[in-house]
Design a binder for this molecule. Structure first.
Ligand code: GLV
Ligand code: MN
Ligand code: MN
Length: 417
């Protein structure tokens, strides 16, 4: 192995990486060992401040863009060269775990620290990014920060999005940006030489197959929709059923029809309704309005495209007395990662003598958007029983460190070519 790479890899500190996970997990800690760190919340702000304090302790430059994506940069010899980037997200699901997202941020910081401690000079800068609102659990849709950064979506498209309490994204974003006034300001979309994201697998394969590293080949496609069902509120005790425009009853009929539409013997297709807002949400009033989400995923472009187009007509057909409004909120085709980045990750995994497999990602990640603007790839590490988006999410310190070592080596490689 190259001497500079070996030196940097040897400086990845398992204990520091684990301690930082545990410290971050205290921000937004919930019962059952979980984390609730919603995007642009007070907890998100606290996590940003902690990350910045660690970055500043090493004199890395910190900057933030207009949607709050946070960048930590270790300078290269050629300041004008597009950086090699790494990162993930610090926001979590409402009942999320201690590793989803934050691992990729802390592994990236660990790589920067290890490279710095080894005194290795790189031609390109190396940049860590903590993307804003990857989860979309508070402000749908997901992967918002990277979508805006890469120009796939416009910031203005998202400013009026509301959370379940009616808080508007614009205000939460302004508060978040104001909380880190010392961070440099940065524009969207500066060129990058490459991007690698480290993440827990969020599925069971690595653990079952006793592999330490997943070399990720791509991400399945997804479509998100908001479906609004508009009926009329009425007295639950007096209004005859045949005179009602019951939005909740019809929402259930639509969901059942969508389940039928997406039935798949091979269990490849993913269909989820995970969010529902009912108005007026009272036991003895007929629901006048229901808003629910649809999350649809499949690795094959033709399949996801065909099904995505069928959602609206299926919903309209299933509703009998209510009006239905279907709004697409996310349209991501399957992505295939760049073979040079995938090969580089695999090469260093093998150099480090870590057992690995190649595998696709079922979950979505910011790497999907970065793959549109630069060569991109991902490193997975195992998580216990594949559990994720759940407080019980767990991972082993030695696996997290192994992933950080592969990341360190791959970043160094790409930062010098
Ligand atoms: C990201 O958390 C996803 O929904 O895949
Ligand atoms: Mn994630
Ligand atoms: Mn997630």
């Amino acid at each position: 192995m190259r001497e500079d790479v070996r030196d940097a890899v040897n400086r990845v500190d398992d204990n520091r990486l684990w301690r930082r996970h545990m410290e971050m997990a205290q921000i937004g800690a919930i019962p059952g060992n979980g984390v609730n760190r919603a995007a642009l919340s007070d907890e998100d702000i606290a996590a940003r401040k902690l990350l910045i304090s660690w970055a500043r302790a090493r004199d890395f430059a910190v900057s933030v863009d207009g949607i709050g994506n946070l960048f930590v940069r270790r300078a290269g010899q050629d300041a004008a060269a597009p950086p090699v980037m790494t990162g993930s997200h610090m926001d979590s699901q409402p009942r999320g775990g201690r590793f989803d997202g934050i691992y990729g941020v802390l592994a990236g910081l660990e790589a920067l620290e290890a490279i710095d401690a080894a005194g290795v000079e790189t031609q390109r800068p190396i940049e860590l990014v903590a993307w804003t609102n990857e989860e979309g659990g508070r402000f749908p849709p997901c992967t918002m920060g990277s979508a805006v950064y890469t120009g796939a979506r416009k910031l203005e498209d998202f400013l009026e999005v509301k959370d379940n309490d009616g808080v508007v994204l614009k205000g939460a974003l302004a508060k978040t940006l104001a909380a880190t006034p010392d961070a440099g300001k940065r524009a969207f979309g500066a060129p990058a030489a490459a991007y690698i994201e480290a993440h827990i697998e969020q599925g069971p394969r690595l653990e079952l197959e006793k592999k330490t590293i997943g070399v990720v080949t791509g991400i399945q496609g997804l479509r998100w929709f908001n479906i609004e069902v508009l009926g009329e509120t009425a007295h639950a005790g007096t209004t005859p059923l045949n005179l009602r425009k019951d939005a909740l009853r019809e929402a259930v009929a639509i969901i059942n029809a969508l389940h039928e539409l997406t039935r798949d013997e091979s269990d490849t297709l993913r269909f989820t309704v995970g969010r529902m807002l009912v108005t007026p949400n009272s036991p003895n009033s007929v629901a006048s309005q229901v808003l629910f989400s649809v999350d649809l995923r499949h690795p094959d472009l033709a399949t996801i495209d065909r099904l995505g187009k069928t959602v609206e007509p299926t919903a309209e057909k299933a509703a009998r007395h209510c009006q239905v409004k279907v709004t697409p909120t996310l349209h991501d085709d399957p992505c295939v990662f760049d073979s040079r980045v995938v090969d580089t990750i695999e090469k260093w995994t093998r150099e480090l003598k870590l057992p690995c497999i190649r595998l696709p990602s079922g979950a979505s990640h910011d790497a999907m958007y970065m793959a549109r603007v630069c060569p991109a790839g991902m490193i997975f590490v195992p998580c216990e029983k594949g559990i994720s988006h759940n407080e019980a999410e767990n991972a082993r310190p030695e696996d997290l460190a192994a992933g950080a070592r592969v990341l360190t080596a791959a970043l160094l490689d790409l930062a010098n070519c």
